[in-house]
Design a protein around this ligand. Structure first.
Ligand code: UGA
Length: 422
C-alpha cells in the first residue's frame, strides 16, 4: 500500500522503515529539510540498533523515500501516519499544535479517500478533532481516522516493531480495520492457518486414495497439543477476504526479497487445485456427465454467517460446473444478493428444499447451520435422484446411507470402512 509517514523523529522513522520492510511503499516526510537531507545521504539522525540496516535495505529496494514535499506525499498515499511530536505544554497537557497542522495539511491536499492514522501519543478526543478537520476542509473526500498507538522501546524499537506481541488498532469502520490489516499483513498468522487448511485438504485427497477418513486423521493430529484441533477441517478450499490475499502477499514479499517461500507457494497451488477437484468430484458423482443435469448448490458465501462472496470456493465450483453444461439452482441464507453480481444463469431459490426440487444432485458448499439439520426424507423425495455431495463433511456417511442417499463427501470413503490398499 502507498503510505506516507509524517514526522521523521524516533517513532516516525522506525514506523516508516518497518512498514516498508513489510512490503509497503513508504514516503517519510518532515518539514525540517536538514533532517531529510541527512536521510537522503544515507545517514540516520538518531541512534537505534538495526535501524540503519533496514532503512538502507528498503531505500535500496525502492520502497522507502524521504521528502519535505508533504502535499505530494499526501496525494499519492492511501494511508497517512501522523508521527509528529506532541510536546508537553507548561500545564502538562500535550501540545497538539503539530498534529492539528498536519491534519489541516492533509485535509487541504486530499484527492481521494484517506486513512489517517495517529501514531503519536495523543490524548482522548484527538481522533475526533482530526475527523472534524478532514470533514470540514477535506474537499468532500472521505477521511477515516484510526488510532494505532506505538509501544516501541528505545534500544529495541526495530525488534518491537517487526515482532510486536500486540498491534492495537482503534477504528470506527470495517474498511479502516481491513486497510490496517493489509498494512500489517505479514504479521498475520493467516499464512500458517491457511497452511493448516491446505495440509488437511491434501490429507483428504490421500484419505480418498487410501480409503481412510480425514476426520479421524484430523482428530488424531489435533490431539497433539503442539498442533491443536482447529483449522483442520477439510473442505473445498479456503476463501474470504483475508487468507487468499494474505497468503499471496506473503509469497510476494518473499519473492521481492529474492526468496521463494515454497510452503506458502504450495499452499496457494493446493488451494486452487482443491477447488478444481471439487468440480471433478461433483461430476464424478453424477457418473461423469453433468451436461444438461441440474445441480442444487446449498451455500454460496465463503463461510457461514456472512454475505461475503470474496474468493468463495463456490465461485469456481459453480462456474466450473456451468462450463461443463450443468444447470445451477442455488440458495444461501445471506449471500444471494452478492452472488447475483458474480454468476449468470443461476436460479436462486428461497430455501434448501426449493433448491433441491427436481435436481440431479444436491451440493453442500457452505456449512450454514440450517444445512446441518435438513429434513432428509423430504430432500430425498424432492431430488430427481438421491445424491448428496457434501463438500463440508456436515453429515455422517453411515447415516446418509441408511437414509437412502448416495453420499459423497471430502476425504471420507462412502462406507467409512478402511479399504485394503496396496
Ligand atoms: C481469518 C482469520 O481466521 C482471522 O483470525 C483473521 O482475523 C481474519 O482472517 C483477517 O485477517 O481479518 P476469516 O477470513 O473471516 O478470518 O474466516 P475463517 O473462519 O478464518 O475462514 C477462512 C476460510 O478458511 C473459509 O473459507 C473457511 O471455510 C476455511 N476453513 C477454515 C477451512 O476450510 N477449514 C478450516 O478448518 C477452517
Amino acid at each position: 500500500m502507498d503510505i506516507a509517514v509524517i514526522g521523521t523523529g524516533y517513532v516516525g522513522l522506525v514506523t516508516g522503515a518497518g512498514l516498508a520492510d513489510f512490503g509497503n511503499d513508504v514516503i517519510c516526510c518532515d518539514i525540517d529539510p536538514k533532517k531529510i537531507d541527512v536521510l537522503n545521504n544515507g545517514q540516520i539522525p538518531i541512534y537505534e540498533p538495526g535501524l540503519d540496516k533496514i532503512v538502507s535495505r528498503n531505500v535500496g529496494e525502492g520502497r522507502l523515500r524521504f521528502t519535505t514535499d508533504l502535499p505530494e506525499a499526501i496525494r499519492r498515499s492511501r494511508a497517512i501516519f501522523i508521527a509528529v511530536g506532541t510536546p508537553p505544554k507548561p500545564d502538562g497537557s500535550a501540545d497538539l499544535r503539530y498534529v492539528e497542522d498536519v491534519a489541516r495539511t492533509i485535509a487541504q491536499h486530499m484527492n481521494g479517500p484517506k486513512l489517517v492514522i495517529t501514531k503519536s501519543t495523543v490524548p482522548i478526543g484527538t481522533g475526533r478533532m482530526i475527523e472534524r478537520i478532514l470533514a470540514e476542509s477535506g474537499n468532500g473526500h472521505k477521511g477515516s481516522v484510526v488510532s494505532n498507538p506505538e509501544f516501541l522501546r528505545e534500544g529495541s524499537a526495530i525488534e518491537d516493531f517487526l515482532k510486536p506481541d500486540r498491534v492495537v488498532i482503534g477504528a470506527s469502520d470495517e474498511e479502516s480495520i481491513g486497510l490496517m490489516k493489509e498494512i500489517y499483513a505479514p504479521l498475520h498468522s493467516n499464512g500458517f492457518l491457511a497452511t493448516k487448511i491446505s495440509f488437511i485438504n491434501e490429507v483428504a485427497v490421500m484419505c480418498e486414495l487410501l480409503g481412510a477418513d480425514v476426520q479421524d486423521v484430523a482428530r488424531g493430529i489435533g490431539l497433539d497439543s503442539r498442533i491443536g484441533p482447529k483449522f483442520l477441517q477439510a473442505g473445498p478450499g479456503y476463501g474470504g477476504s483475508c487468507f487468499p490475499k494474505d497468503t499471496s502477499a506473503v509469497a510476494d514479499i518473499a519473492r521481492r526479497y529474492g526468496y521463494e517461500f515454497q510452503i506458502i507457494e504450495a499452499v496457494l497451488r493446493v488451494n486452487e487445485n482443491i477447488k478444481e477437484r471439487m468440480v471433478a468430484k461433483v461430476i464424478e458423482a453424477l457418473d461423469g456427465e453433468v451436461r444438461g443435469k441440474t445441480v442444487a448448490i446449498l451455500g454460496l458465501a465463503f463461510k457461514p454467517e456472512t454475505d461475503d462472496m470474496r474468493d468463495s470456493p463456490a465461485i469456481p465450483i459453480i462456474k466450473g460446473l456451468q462450463k461443463q453444461g450443468a444447470i445451477i439452482r442455488a440458495y444461501d441464507p445471506g449471500a444471494i444478493e452478492n452472488s447475483k453480481k458474480i454468476f449468470d444463469n443461476v436460479t436462486y431459490c428461497g430455501d434448501a428444499y426449493e433448491t433441491a426440487n427436481g435436481a440431479d444432485a444436491l451440493v453442500i458448499a457452505t456449512e450454514w447451520n440450517e444445512f446441518r439439520a435438513l429434513k432428509l426424507e423430504r430432500v430425498r423425495k424432492l431430488l430427481k435422484q438421491p445424491l448428496i455431495v457434501d463438500l463440508r463433511n456436515v453429515y455422517d456417511p453411515q447415516r446418509m446411507k441408511a437414509e437412502g442417499f448416495r453420499y459423497v463427501s471430502v476425504g471420507r470413503t462412502e462406507d467409512a470402512r478402511v479399504r485394503e490398499h496396496v
